[in-house]
Design a binder for this molecule. Structure first.
Ligand code: SAM
Ligand code: SF4
Length: 332
């Protein structure tokens, strides 16, 4: 086997995002239409053994970090078993760095089992602190459950607990500083994300997007910020709130694309390997695996997929076309 997951531009891929399911308990307007999207057929979903085998092959190619996502990853009935199996994977640099992105609704029940299974860190999506707005944004009246999930994550000692907010004009841009205050008061790390054209309803408009710069300006109205740069390949530009150890991050995927340092690859719940959130092509590892391919063949397919990675997502290119799969089916 040759070197790892390296593309034509010399980018080395060490971060694998695995989608555990495309289903979700919320219907965030920026992610899914009200009626959801056509769900993946259950026969196409990878079993835990299949998923862990592919992760092991990826580790053999240099992957050191795995983030579980979805859809809502904790809707997968055996999510804790998946975590335990992945946590047991050894890399030459020690255990995998294993984390989870979740809407937190199931964390009151699952935070402790997930921690015991080996999960180290969680990112929780929280776009608003207002109940009516949460209902409008997610089409479900479940802010209290999300907040309980955040408390559960803190209580069992995940470190860090990061909060992700997607800011939209005319929707929640007036809450930017409030979200930072909420996070700082609880020792959580706030991250803001620019809205990307990945919604199932295809409603994204560039001119309506709240930019990273605007978000920072809103934070700076309440807090003094010190720029920290970014942490390795991580996408967030980080800022310290002066006089504290709290940080705020802005993930400006559209206006300040970080494609040149991208180290991510993705595996969908139905076993398709992707070299970018915005890729149009996928490598069908499920069919390969179910037709008896050995690990070397699976590794070759992953490498071939990475070799075709484009230099950037091209959102600002007039010829940009949104991928067919919505974010919920790719794995955010
Ligand atoms: N259900 C989990 C959650 O919400 O955290 C995990 C999956 S969700 C797709 C992962 C992240 O993607 C969330 O933080 C969400 O805000 C973000 N996201 C969804 N649609 C997006 C879009 N169109 N642009 C930018 N981020 C998006
Ligand atoms: Fe579900 Fe996450 Fe999409 Fe919201 S952003 S609908 S919680 S997958």
């Amino acid at each position: 086997m040759t070197a790892g997951l390296v593309d034509r531009f010399g980018r080395v891929h060490r971060d694998l995002r695995i989608s555990l399911t495309d289903r979700c308990s919320l219907r965030c307007t920026y992610c899914m239409p009200a009626d959801g999207v056509p769900w993946l057929a259950s026969s196409t979903l990878l079993s835990t053994d299949e998923l862990v085998r592919l992760a092991r092959v990826a580790v053999g190619l240099g992957v050191r970090e795995v983030r579980l996502t979805g859809g809502e990853p904790l809707l997968r009935p055996d999510a804790v078993d998946v975590v335990a199996a992945l946590a047991a994977l050894e890399t030459p640099d020690g255990p995998l760095d294993l984390s989870l992105t979740t809407n937190a609704l199931r964390l009151p029940a699952l935070a402790a089992p997930l921690r015991d299974a080996g999960l180290a860190r969680v990112n929780i999506s929280l776009d608003t602190l207002q109940r009516a707005r949460f209902l409008e944004l997610t089409r479900r009246d479940r802010l209290a459950d999300t907040l309980a999930g955040i408390e559960a994550a803190r209580a069992v000692g995940f470190a860090p607990v990061k909060l992700n907010a997607l800011i939209m004009r005319g929707v929640n841009e007036d809450e930017i500083a409030d979200l930072v205050s909420f996070a700082v008061e609880r020792g959580l790390e706030m991250r803001f994300i620019e809205h990307m054209p990945l919604d199932g309803g295809h409603t994204w408009r560039r001119e309506e997007m709240v930019t990273g710069e605007e978000i920072l300006a809103a934070v700076a109205e309440r807090f003094d910020l010190e720029a920290l740069g970014h942490d390795g390949a991580a996408p967030a530009s980080l800022f310290r709130i002066a006089g504290t150890s709290a940080t705020v991050g802005v993930i400006a995927s559209v206006t300040r694309a970080f494609c040149d340092r991208c180290d991510r690859v993705r595996l969908t719940a139905d076993g398709q390997f992707r070299n970018c959130l915005f890729a149009h092509d996928e490598s069908d590892l499920r069919t390969l695996l179910r037709s008896g391919a050995d690990d070397a063949r699976l590794a070759e397919a992953m490498q071939a997929c990475v070799a075709l990675k484009r230099p950037g997502h091209g959102i600002d290119d007039p010829t940009f076309v949104q991928p067919v799969r919505p974010m919920s089916a790719i794995g955010g």
